[in-house]
Design a protein around this ligand. Structure first.
Ligand SMILES: [Zn+2]
Length: 292
């Protein structure tokens, strides 16, 4: 069995609760070694901690996501520090910047129901504080970015960065920004949802969304599901879940296997080569290197 690593998912989300035992069995069956489970708001953090005690493949991560930034409590910073102090192997995330929810979200998008949308300046402040904390504690930071790659690069250039590096999860930025981000310590995780662009969708830089994954340096490459978010096109998914409470499609975490297969084929390398490379990269970024 191949040792697989999911660099970014959300096992704590309520939509997965009725299916958790079955999902855990599927993950064991495909050989999943570790998954970084990202608590993205204050209410999530204790749930992630509980799940990490039940499932030894969970690597917990705690952060305030830009979607939740507008609803943070006055005590969020001390609560985050408490979580990180209690678990020296935990990481920071999901944190980030999101201009999509300000400029491009369609009215009535259920994913943002009940959330106050934080203006970009407020997001930058929360992001920078959390990223600096990750640097101070040398934890990996897992970063979400939608339509805000310029401000993200500016923020990263101006703050202390974790010595071990940081993750740009489901990177959707332009091809020409891969090198500047990598120079600052970025890793990039491929998501199987990008296969929906296999028709050759071109972004403004002329490089298709999928083709830019051929340009990621091999020592900075990771694979993720973001489950239950970012479902794969139906024909690419190997594992299925019933739709969520609002009828939305859910991504099964065991589709990590399909994401590995798609990325190996895209980069035209043998899957075993990718598996070995991702394992090394995952350990370097997220592993217990406190002794080194
Ligand atoms: Zn996520």
């Amino acid at each position: 069995m191949r040792p697989l690593y999911d660099a970014h998912q959300h096992f704590q989300f309520d939509e997965l609760a009725p299916h958790r035992a079955a999902i855990a069995a599927s993950l064991q069956a495909i050989g999943l070694k570790r998954a970084v489970v990202n608590g993205s708001c204050e209410q999530d953090w204790p749930v992630v901690t509980d799940l990490a005690q039940q499932y030894d493949w969970i690597l917990p991560s705690y952060g305030l996501h830009p979607w939740d930034c507008g609803n943070r409590s006055p005590h969020w910073q001390s609560a985050l520090r408490t979580q990180l102090d209690a678990n020296p192997l935990a990481h920071v995330g999901e944190i980030g910047l999101d201009r999509w929810m300000i400029d491009s979200v369609k009215p009535g998008d259920l994913r943002l129901t009940g959330l106050r949308v934080a203006p970009l300046a407020e997001q930058v402040e929360a992001f920078t504080w959390q990223f600096t904390l990750a640097a101070e504690l040398n934890r990996a930071a897992s970063v979400h970015c939608l339509q805000a790659f310029g401000p993200l690069l500016d923020a990263l250039t101006q703050t202390k960065r974790p010595a071990r590096g940081f993750l740009l999860h489901a990177y959707s930025g332009p091809a020409e920004m891969i090198k500047p981000f990598a120079d600052l310590g970025a890793y990039f995780s491929f998501n199987g949802n990008f296969l929906k662009h296999s028709g050759g969708t071109r972004s403004p830089d002329g490089v298709s969304r999928l083709d830019r994954w051929k340009q990621i340096p091999s020592d900075r490459l990771l694979v993720e599901t973001d489950a239950p978010a970012m479902p794969l096109p139906n024909e690419c998914a190997t594992h299925h879940l019933p739709p969520g409470p609002n009828g939305e499609p859910l991504n099964h975490p065991a589709n990590i296997e399909a994401a590995y297969a798609a990325l190996a084929s895209l980069r035209d390398i043998h899957i075993e080569t990718l598996v070995t490379q991702v394992e090394e990269n995952f350990q370097r970024l997220f592993g217990d290197n406190s002794k080194s």
